[in-house]
Ligand binder design. Sequence first.
Ligand code: C5P
Length: 224
Amino acid sequence: RKPQQIAIDGPAASGKTSVGKLLAKKLDYLFFDTGVMYRLATYVALQKLGSVEDEDQVTRITKEMDIALRVNPENDETEVLLCGEPVNESIRSSQVDKNVSIVASYPGVRQTLTEQQRKIGLLGNVVMVGRDIGTVVMPDAALKIYLLASPEKRAERRYQENLRKGIPSDFHEILMDIMKRDEIDSTRVLAPLKAAEDAILIDTDYINQEQVVERILSIIEQPE
Ligand code: C5P
């Protein structure tokens, strides 16, 4: 019997999204990237307030955010809608990168988004990716994966991805941002980035995303 809920956690740019999407496709599951929610809250807060320093205001904005999910019939991918409109690449800007971990450290923000994520988890047949999925959002998930990779490898992959997408970027800046985010994410008090005790660790330094997915599929197919 296939696990109904699959949690994938790991540090910034560890390949969670690519691996999660591919895995969900193979299993015909819903894919949900929780990082999108924290990025959206950050994006909206920056637009409305110009900065993310005011915890109360940022929390209020997060609570009032109108987000919905839908499956795009054209490519079968799960899309997040903000006020009915599909979210675009603006949530991946370096300005959002630089501020998102601060927003994600606010307890009120986490509480609001965690509740919404749990509801999605309860739908079942879901691959959910983030930082605290196996530890906090879906602690009962039948399969938990934690992806590891060195900061340099992760920065290199993100840099190549940006090149492909035509987004101007600087390797060193990406590396610094990734290390900074990892530090804030893993040292915050509430739901820090860490592997659940029952998570399976996969080091992706020397294997590509297809190989990671193959490995996860072989774990799923193992007789108990
Ligand atoms: O996964 P991604 O890099 O898009 O996540 C952006 C940020 O959102 C992370 O650096 C982290 O601060 C926050 N996040 C989180 N908990 C999650 C997912 C993301 O705190 N479950």
